[in-house]
Design a protein around this ligand. Structure first.
Ligand SMILES: [Zn+2]
Length: 117
């Protein structure tokens, strides 16, 4: 079983239950974090919490050995997998212009699209 994928699917399931407006914000945030995994942003946007809940739910379905393996998967990997599953073509690119998103930038270097709030 691929733990990262299983947990990413739970993350997407949780995001899909948000109201439409919130979802329109959450998917770009997911995309940004996948391209530039910043723990401060992930925490501020509530994504760490979503990932932690997804991990808890997943762990509840596992035995001890599988549980340990699932605990070893980093939140970055889960977010990256979730972004890929949500939008396979756009996971590491700017949502507006398609440029590859640079690390540690507050905005896209090509079109200046700012990081979501
Ligand atoms: Zn751009």
């Amino acid at each position: 079983m691929n733990h990262a994928t299983a947990m990413a699917e739970r993350v997407l399931q949780e995001l899909s239950q948000e109201p439409r407006l919130a979802r329109r914000l959450l998917i770009p945030q997911l995309r940004w974090l996948a391209a530039d995994p910043d723990e401060g942003d992930a925490e501020r946007w509530g994504m760490l919490e979503v990932v932690a809940r997804a991990r808890d739910e997943h762990l509840a379905t596992l035995d001890a050995d599988d549980g340990l393996a699932a605990l070893g998967v980093g939140w970055e990997e889960i977010v990256q997998r979730a972004a890929q599953l949500a939008e396979p073509q756009r996971s590491v690119t700017c949502p507006r212009c398609g440029a590859r998103l640079p690390r540690r930038r507050r905005a896209c270097s090509r079109c200046r699209l700012p990081r979501p709030p």
